[in-house]
Ligand binder design. Structure first.
Ligand code: SF4
Length: 347
C-alpha cells in the first residue's frame, strides 16, 4: 500500500465523528476551518453550532450586525477571524451573488483564508486536488520522511506544501486530507505518539533514528512582548465608561480605558505617574478598589493587568461613553475583561 492508502485505511478505522465532516456545504466547512485555525476541536464544536444556528446561510452572516458576530465569537480569541468571516460573507454576496466560490484561487481571495483553508474548503466541499498543510500535517510528514528544515520559514512552508501535494491521492483528496490531519491529531501527536501501533513504524525516519522529539524543526522562537496595563473601571452611579476599540487585535470589541507602562509598577508608582496625572487631569475621583496584577497570555503578548475601580462625577474620552452596567453583557468584550467583570459580579 502507498502512503495515502495506508493513511486512509487508518482513518476509516480511527476517525472521530465531527459535525463538519458530515457536510460538503462550503459555507459550513469554511466556518469550521476558520474556527479551527487557532482553536482545539473540542473548544470549537459549540462555537461552530452557535455560529451556524445564528447564521445558517452566507446571506444571514453578511447582513448581521458586527457586534453580534463578535459576541458569538467571544472567548475564542483571535477576533480578526470573526471580522474576516463577516467581511468575506459580504464580499461573497457582492461579488459572487451569494454563492460560495467553487475554485481554489477564488476561495483564496477571501479575507482570512490562506493556502491551508483554501485547500481544505476546495477539497472537502468540491473534491479538488489540493493538499492541506497545517501543524498536524507538518509533524507527520517531517517525522515519517525525516524532513529537517524549519517549517516556519517561507521556503520551508513552500517545500512542505510541495511534498504534501505530491503525496496526495488526487482521486480522493478530501478523505486523504482529513486522514493525514486526523493521524496527526490522534496518532502522531506532539507528545507521546503511539508508535507501537503505527502503520508507518517500519519506515518512519524519526522513529528509526530515535529523534521523534526533534521533529518538526522550528526556527527561532517568537519573542513574546510583555505589556503592563492599568485598566480603569470608571463608575458613574450605575453606569460604566466603556468604548469600542478601533484598532489592534481587539478591534470592534468593547473595552475599558487603560494606561500602559513599559515596566512593572506598584500602585504608588502608578498613582504618581505622569500617565495617571494626564489621564485624570481636572477629574474628581474616588478609588473604590484595586485588583492584584493578573497575567493574560496571548501568543505574541503577555498582558500584565491591574484593574482600578473608581467613582467619578463625569469623564469624557473619545470613543467612550457611559452605559448601564447591566447592558455590558450584550456587548462583545475581550476575555480578559469578561473574566474581570464576571469575577467581580459587575455583569
Ligand atoms: S512511528 Fe511514531 S513518530 Fe513515526 S509516524 Fe508513527 S506515530 Fe508518528
Amino acid at each position: 500500500m502507498n502512503f495515502s492508502s495506508t493513511l486512509i485505511e487508518w482513518y476509516k478505522i480511527n476517525k472521530r465523528e465531527l459535525p463538519w465532516r458530515s457536510t460538503t456545504n462550503p459555507y459550513f466547512i469554511w466556518i469550521s476551518e476558520i474556527i479551527l485555525q487557532q482553536t482545539k476541536v473540542e473548544q470549537g464544536i459549540p462555537y461552530y453550532y452557535k455560529f451556524i444556528q445564528h447564521f445558517p446561510t452566507i446571506q444571514k452572516l453578511a447582513s448581521a450586525d458586527q457586534e453580534l458576530v463578535l459576541k458569538l465569537w467571544q472567548g475564542l480569541g483571535y477576533y480578526s477571524r470573526a471580522r474576516n468571516l463577516h467581511e468575506s460573507a459580504k464580499f461573497i454576496i457582492k461579488n459572487y451573488e451569494g454563492k460560495f466560490p467553487d475554485n481554489y484561487n477564488e476561495i483564496l481571495k477571501l479575507k482570512g483564508v490562506g493556502t491551508y483553508t483554501a485547500a481544505a474548503v476546495a477539497s472537502f466541499s468540491f473534491g479538488l486536488p489540493y493538499a492541506v498543510v497545517d501543524g498536524n500535517v507538518i509533524r507527520v510528514l517531517s517525522r515519517i520522511h525525516g524532513l529537517n528544515f524549519p517549517f516556519n520559514s517561507t521556503i520551508g512552508k513552500k517545500y512542505f506544501i510541495e511534498i504534501a501535494q505530491k503525496l496526495l491521492d488526487k482521486l480522493n483528496p478530501a478523505e486523504n486530507n482529513q486522514a493525514i490531519m486526523e493521524f496527526g491529531a490522534l496518532q502522531c501527536t506532539p507528545k507521546s505518539p503511539k508508535c507501537s501501533i503505527c502503520p508507518f513504524v517500519n519506515e518512519c525516519i524519526a522513529f528509526r533514528t530515535n529523534t521523534i522529539d526533534k521533529f518538526p524543526i522550528k526556527s527561532k522562537k517568537l519573542k513574546v512582548k510583555k505589556r503592563y496595563l492599568n485598566y480603569f473601571l470608571l463608575k458613574k452611579r450605575k453606569e460604566i465608561l466603556i468604548g469600542k476599540r478601533n484598532n489592534g487585535i481587539w478591534k470592534g470589541l468593547y473595552d475599558l480605558p487603560f494606561i500602559e507602562f513599559l515596566f512593572p509598577s506598584t500602585e504608588t508608582e502608578v498613582l504618581k505617574s505622569n500617565e495617571w496625572n494626564i489621564f485624570f487631569k481636572n477629574i474628581n475621583y474616588k478609588i473604590i478598589c484595586v485588583s492584584n496584577v493578573s497575567v493574560h497570555k496571548l501568543s505574541h503578548q503577555h498582558l500584565y493587568s491591574r484593574f482600578w475601580t473608581l467613582e467619578v462625577n463625569n469623564f469624557e474620552l473619545e470613543y467612550f461613553s457611559f452605559i448601564k452596567s447591566s447592558k455590558i453583557c450584550d456587548l462583545p468584550v475581550p476575555r480578559l475583561l469578561d473574566k474581570f467583570l464576571k469575577d467581580n459580579n459587575i455583569v
